[in-house]
Design a protein around this ligand. Structure first.
Ligand code: PEP
Length: 256
């Protein structure tokens, strides 16, 4: 059984006080949500204060991005080393906003995935097609290329070493959600690619999350799908009540 994950990507939002209050609300509720792994990914400047709130509790901390070098003259960047020091266990890599707004390439995403592993961080490795890709029948090719290039040279020793997030670009922050069946089809494709890369055991154990306008009212249908192992949540993770309702929804999977 794959433990479901509810991960919140706060992106570039919240004031310092609001970030701390949100972390506290999630931290306080998390012991009442066994069977789901909760991850918070605040902006880098709030990692230390959120770490203080969630330390010694079940909520895990994640970065939103990292640079592949460990240290040096890389103004504005943050290394895996630093994310570990501040208490991160996870780091989002290759989010669609980084790929499409900040023009990150598959090669850069791959360097980051491997750097995360070197620093004992679990990458939450994101893939997803644009609306144009989907409408022109290129979805499968795009996802396959992102998975193969992004994970080239990455060698998980255990299924917990990697989390993948399927996030169709057309569904992120748009209010459009992939239907549970559309999402599950891509999750099965990704799991098949993982099987080809690393064999049955890792393919059976690696968690594949869905992301794209997840809300309390669509979580149930998503996690009812056999290959959807939780969610990466943007907008709805900024409100404790909505995010906790989503995390509760993920528990339906662990109970089924
Ligand atoms: C995301 O940022 O990863 C995301 C899925 O955003 P939203 O839930 O707002 O679509």
């Amino acid at each position: 059984m794959r433990t479901p994950v509810a991960a919140g990507n706060w992106k570039m939002n919240l004031t310092p006080d609001a970030a701390e209050a949100l972390a506290r609300a999630v931290h306080d509720a998390a012991p009442g949500l066994p069977g789901v792994e909760i991850v918070l990914c605040p902006p880098a400047v709030y990692l230390a204060s959120v770490a203080r709130v969630v330390s010694n509790g079940p909520v895990a901390l994640g970065g939103q991005n990292l640079y592949w070098e460990a240290e040096g003259a890389f103004t504005g960047e943050i290394s895996g080393h630093m994310l570990r020091w501040v208490g991160c266990r996870y780091c989002i890599v290759g989010h669609s906003e980084r790929r499409h707004v900040l023009k990150e390439t598959d090669d850069e995403v791959n360097r980051k995935v491997r750097a995360a592993q070197r620093h004992s961080l679990v990458p939450i490795f994101c893939v997803g097609e644009t609306r144009q890709h989907r409408e022109s029948g290129q979805m499968e090719e795009v996802i396959t290329t992102q998975v193969r290039r992004g994970l080239d040279g990455f060698a998980p020793r255990a299924s917990g070493d990697l989390v993948i997030a399927y996030e169709p670009v057309w569904a992120i922050g748009t209010g459009l959600t992939a239907t549970p069946q559309q999402a599950d089809t891509v999750h099965r494709l990704v799991r098949g690619l993982i099987r080809q890369l690393w064999g049955d055991a890792l393919a059976a154990g690696i968690r594949i999350l869905y992301g794209g306008s997840v809300k309390p009212d669509n979580i149930e249908g998503l996690v009812a799908q056999p290959d959807i192992d939780g969610v990466l949540v943007g907008g709805a993770s900024l409100k404790a009540e909505a995010f906790l309702a989503i995390a509760r929804g993920c528990r339906l999977r662990s109970c089924s």
